[in-house]
Design a protein around this ligand. Structure first.
Ligand code: BGC
Length: 814
């Protein structure tokens, strides 16, 4: 990296050079044979065909009338039989896929089949008149994958997932999801990786590379700042340029620059004014000009409101598409409200991706994938991402002599493999904890299982039946009330079983946020009593109690953890759930996961609590002030806004800077062994743009294990306020045998140390003393080193974009 004085003149020069490099790249590209071919195809397409390609072929599924209207009515397109015949054809290409693009075979334009989602391919597992089944692998949720801190493993998961995309006949998978986990209650946090943008970006980049190694595409989503489900269709997020660049866009930037996803999905919400899908600043200035994105952007399903603005902003493809939208775009061109060259540009981008798709390249997909091999990968990933939060007196791994286990908690039997909504997968099976124990050679108490199974069945019967597919989709996350465990029941089991496992289950999903109430963030009295009674009974009998959290997002732990000997955060581990949990409990796998999100003591301690999920904005003529409860755009778009007053202080950046105690900090996780850190070395004490940091990690315990090593930097405060520390790199050792050592090295660049200076739109590392800290967590720092920057360094200037509409009352004071 070249050292540049932070003077405005030099910065202006830098941006000119950067801009001309961008122009050269684009114009150089246009001479390629592929570009010639694209130009040729576009020149043969009629205006109608171009628009039909850019607007998806709809979602003519069995939905209530009011909803169907939003997704396009079959009869609306009826007058154009050539079009409706084509639509009818492409929509058979993959039953259960979320979106289909049009095709014009005579022009060399093939359809693109787009299917969800982040935890595995989501398609219909069965088809009418077909005996064959099309189940897909339910991999662990993204939050668990991030807790592995293992980018190679995430690549392997992506590789397996991508193979299912290829072999089942899809072209693009609608994932990974990679919004920041701003607030513990966001209903879709399970689909997202972390509260930290570096972890998010690196995980997403590995996932994209893994999936795309199969020559199928990904769609990183939801771009951007989609950090809540409440009013997701209409909420206007007001956020500073700095928080955008450093926190909310940073992960997307890493994924785009390191992995070039084929597509990006814009989000439903607005950012600083316009819908993201109508934001030229976001989709053109930032995504393409600043980051060099080469693929196409699609809307989220039904997102935004003005298709012409979307076309112009660089939101190339509209999903799922409605005939009405086709008409609107054609009319806009005919009325000279939209230049046809905008459509040519967008079609060209979509065609460039099309040429890479298996469908265009006539890949003979088999309709089957190696599900057994993928289940193994899902199991390994699941075990590697579980986080051991507590382990008093080595309660875990379970003593090999123990066989008889009492499983309490509904989710021991009815385990939750993943969240609900479009992030759910239709897998062939899910292994419960009860089954996993049996598979692992244990004897889970069968009588207790019978009591639970009967209870679960009866409770399920009581649930109101969803009236249609849509209700089923939106209500998927209803959790059955926990069965109450009396003193007597606990006592009976404590006498016959050798150990107690208690699962605490939580689900969440698309269309709604979680609540800071009992039964969601907080445990219910019934759950607390279950933990208390089981703990009393088993401890009186000198037997251990292990709590396993089968959760989609953070819950309260501080008030009850003292009653458990060990606490394992198993997240939602995918279809191999029970087997993977037992791998960790038994010690077959030594836990090596660490938290990529902080666990606050109380929900009320979270930095976003004052501003989640925002508030309704008064508007004349809006007599109905019910918020839309998220969902699709047929719902009333009551204007709401949310102001991100916590600014850059998200997650540990807040807790560590403002000394707010947490139950478990970012980066925390225990192992069955211990590690020592030694010999911190820096390649130079004089930072001139790049530095290599290395550390020796030794396994000092009795069993083999892997350690996640985190590198944080603390920066001096000159002009800009700074968090106490920020993650700048991370790595994971290989499996180290007892006594074995590995040296991990990390490269730190100016950009890693820099903050975003809104005054100059520049990444700037201010002059002063920096501390590099190597930690086993964000709090447990093992070694540190100071160095000084005599002068400020910059790491590039970017577009002035997405300036908030008004002054934000930002958190800055320490
Ligand atoms: C979700 C997306 C999903 C799409 C297609 C939307 O409701 O927000 O994440 O990919 O539906 O199913």
């Amino acid at each position: 990296m070249k050292r540049i004085q932070s003077s405005t003149i030099l910065l202006a020069c830098f941006s000119l050079v950067f801009a001309s490099m961008m122009i050269q790249c684009t114009s150089g590209d246009s001479k390629s044979p592929q570009d010639k071919k694209i130009k040729e195809i576009v020149s043969t397409m009629t205006l109608e065909e171009k628009v039909q390609y850019l607007v998806g072929t709809g979602m003519f599924i069995n939905l209530p009338d009011s909803i169907r209207r939003q997704f396009g009515r079959r009869d609306e397109a009826e007058e154009d039989t050539a079009y409706t015949n084509m639509v009818d054809r492409v929509r058979t290409y993959l039953p259960g896929a979320a979106g289909f693009m049009a095709e014009f075979p005579e022009k060399g334009v093939t359809s693109q089949v787009l299917a969800d989602g982040p935890a595995g391919l989501r398609i219909s597992p069965t088809r009418e008149g077909d005996e064959h089944t099309y189940y897909c692998t339910a991999f662990p949720i993204a939050t668990l994958l991030a807790s592995t801190w293992d980018t190679e493993l995430v690549y392997t998961v992506g590789e397996a997932m991508g193979n299912e995309v290829l072999e089942y006949g899809a072209d693009v998978i609608l994932g990974p999801g990679m919004n920041l986990q701003r607030d513990p209650l966001c209903g879709r946090n399970f689909e997202y990786y972390s509260e930290d943008p570096l972890v998010t970006g690196k995980m997403a980049a590995s996932m994209v590379k893994g999936v795309q190694s199969n020559n199928v595409g990904t769609s990183i989503k939801h771009f951007a700042v989609n950090n809540q489900e409440t009013n997701r269709m209409s909420v206007n997020v007001i956020v500073s340029e700095r928080a955008l660049r450093e926190i909310y866009l940073r992960g997307f930037e890493i994924a785009v620059t390191e992995a070039q996803p084929w597509t990006v999905m814009s989000s439903y919400n607005k950012v600083n004014g316009p819908y993201t899908s109508e934001s030229h600043d976001l989709l053109t200035k930032i995504l393409r000009d600043d980051w060099g994105f080469e693929g196409y952007v699609m809307t989220d399903w039904g997102g935004g409101s003005d298709v012409v603005a979307q076309m112009e902003a660089g939101n190339d493809v509209i999903m799922p598409g409605r005939p009405q939208q086709i008409r609107e775009i054609i009319t806009a061109v005919k009325d000279s409200m939209l230049d046809e060259s905008v459509l040519d540009r967008n079609v060209s981008r979509a065609l460039r991706v099309m040429m890479k798709t298996p469908r265009y390249n006539k890949y003979p997909f088999s309709g089957a994938s190696d599900l057994e091999a993928h289940a193994e990968i899902a199991r390994q990933a699941a075990a590697d991402g579980m986080v051991l939060l507590k382990n008093s007196e080595s309660a875990l791994p379970m003593d090999p002599a123990i066989k008889g286990v009492a499983c309490f908690g509904n989710t021991s039997y009815d385990i939750i493999s993943g969240g609900t909504g479009s992030g759910d997968v239709n897998e062939a099976y899910t292994i419960s904890l009860f089954e996993g124990l049996g598979n692992g050679g244990y004897t889970p108490d069968a009588e207790l299982a019978e009591v639970y199974n009967q209870y679960i069945e009866a409770e399920r019967e009581k649930l109101p039946k969803p009236r249609n597919m849509f209700e089923a989709f939106m209500r998927g996350n209803v959790l059955l009330p926990e069965m109450s465990v009396s003193n007597d029941l606990a006592q009976q089991l404590a006498e016959k079983a050798e150990i107690a496992l208690i699962t605490i289950g939580r689900n969440a999903g698309e269309g709604g946020d979680r609540q800071a109430v009992e039964g969601d963030f907080y445990l219910t009295p019934v759950e607390k009593k279950m933990i208390r009674n089981v703990s009393d009974a088993f401890h009186t009998n000198n037997k251990k109690v292990i709590v396993v959290m089968n959760i989609a997002g953070v819950i309260e732990t501080a008030s009850w953890r003292e009653f458990a000997d060990a606490v394992l955060c198993a997240w939602q581990p995918g279809q191999e759930a029970g087997n993977a949990i037992v791998d960790v409990l038994s010690g077959a796998v030594n836990p090596s996961g660490k938290l990529a999100i902080s666990f606050p003591m109380l929900y009320e301690d979270s930095p976003s609590v004052k501003n989640f999920p925002g508030q309704a904005v008064e508007m004349e003529g809006m007599e109905d002030d019910r918020p839309d409860q998220s969902g699709f755009s047929f719902m009333r778009r009551r204007p709401w806004e949310v102001v991100y007053e916590e600014d850059i202080y998200v997650g540990y950046r807040y807790y560590n800077t403002f000394d707010v105690p947490v139950a478990y900090e970012f980066g925390y996780g225990l192992s069955y062994t211990t590690f020592a850190y030694d010999n911190l070395e820096l390649s130079s004490t004089d930072f001139t743009g790049e530095l290599t940091v290395s550390i020796e990690v030794a396994n000092t315990g009795d069993v083999a294990g892997r350690e996640v090593v985190q590198v944080y930097a603390s920066a001096p405060e000159v002009k800009l306020n700074k968090p106490e520390e920020e993650l700048v790199a991370f790595g994971k050792t290989r499996l180290l045998e007892p006594g074995e050592t590995e040296t991990l090295s990390f490269i730190i660049t100016t950009r890693d140390l820099a903050s975003f200076d809104e005054a100059t739109s520049t990444w700037t590392a201010e002059a002063g003393t920096y501390t590099i800290k190597i930690g086993a967590s964000s709090k447990e720092i093992k070694a540190s080193y100071d160095f000084t920057l005599e002068e400020a360094l910059t790491a590039g200037m970017v577009s002035k974009a997405l300036v908030p509409e008004r002054e934000i009352n930002r958190l800055t004071e320490k």
